[in-house]
Design a protein around this ligand. Sequence first.
Ligand SMILES: [Zn+2]
Length: 535
Amino acid sequence: MAYQALYRQWRPATFSDMVGQELVVTALRNQVQQGRIAHAYLFTGSRGTGKTSAAKILARAVNCQHPVNGDPCGECESCRRMQGDASFDVLEYDAASNSRVEDMRQILETTQYPPQYGKYKVYIIDEVHMLSDNAFNALLKTLEEPPEHMIFVLATTEPQKVLATILSRCQRYDFGRIPAQKIAGRLRQAVEMEHREATDGALMNIAVAAEGGMRDALSILDMCLGYGEKVDEALVRRVLGTSGREFLFRFSEALIEEDAAAVFSLIDQLMREGREPAVFAREMARHLRAMLMAHYCPGELAELLELTPEDAQSYIGQASGVSDTRLMSMIDLMMSVEPKLRLSSSPRVALETAALHACLRTGEEDTTALRERIETLEKQLAGLREELHSGALTVSPGAARPEKKERAPEVQTPKAAPAPMPKDLQQVWKGAMEIVKRKNPGLFGMLSSGSLMEAADDCFVWGVKDESFFFSLDHVNRPEHREQIEEALSETAGRPCHFTVQLPETQKKATATEADTLRGLRETFGADRVMVQEE
Ligand SMILES: [Zn+2]
């Protein structure tokens, strides 16, 4: 017998064989039992969750001569014909390759002929969202007045792209991601049927990597079995390589544990498998962000990030071993290195450096800030020296800051001057973030997807580096949220502070905020001569 891929061999033959999707299966089975068959169904859900399998079982069940509890019997003439895929009564179309209206007309023309053997002709249209508008409209005409013997099953991963007029004529069933535990159970059956050996951990790793899709899980298992060895965790890792979520977990584990050797070896593996460092840095930033979210909304994590409960649990587990300030600085490092990786002539070195910074935290933040300050001072010194040499600047005894004097004819001393601004603005920001975190964890979560872009005097500018976090911008930019952040900053600094959000280039010009104006004034007239009075 020719070799058949596992997912074909293991395609469920009855509703009872289907793993997961209990709600959908019960509803369809009841319809068959009670003879209440609809003319049009829409099956939605991510890839490999059983949409096409369910459609095929439905086609067999409605035509079966002796259905058993709504399942096809598998023995009658109709069932036997359909099992061999030799029936003209079930037709499967891939809308991706038959997307034109001409293709659709051809398909629909055949609907006028009655079924050859069974009661119904079943048309399964896969990836139906790929149809052109004209093709949709042609389909709609048939759905408006379907022939008595016709059943359409439309399957799609993207229901939002299907015309509303089509949706309203279909019975809709949503196929959820299959829990990893259930996938692993089915993988165990497959391994036993093949008379092979596999560890539970290995099967669970495959199930998790498949992200809720049975077909992907069986394909990965198939590849593992192809090695002819016992299927254990090491083999699954080899087969999945660096592309699975498991690799991201291993990488973040190395960062958290400050295991520099592991970081180097994982990056080595990444490069040997030809992965793009920039893409990896981006994935890593998202992975770390998921862990940050796990700190604040563990209950809703699965729903927010569309994870299986098991995956969500893995994030929550790993996140419990690391502080959110550390996670934030790791996210920062990964996001700031990503654009550099695209341009760098040695992306590997750049990635290793960023990863090591994320990994070895001892005093790292302090020294970076210090180094930056020393660099600024050195530049200022060099500039002064040059001015001195050229004679542009003269120092007279008794005048500490001669250049100021020329520009300051009169200095108004306010009656109650606010306390001086603390020198370490990063420290003020951190303190304020602690307050926001306590008072409004949701807002803190949003702030964590971006970072402090600029801080000068008492103005703080926050922004996001990645356009996929633009939703946080809107949230943080709400007046009541900006106010909360300003309050926290003022409380930390011991004097009034200003907070503003850095908008993407496109919006920037349209909205100059108060703080932008203030910054401009200060640049023009000098910081000590512009004072803001709160009304
Ligand atoms: Zn039958």
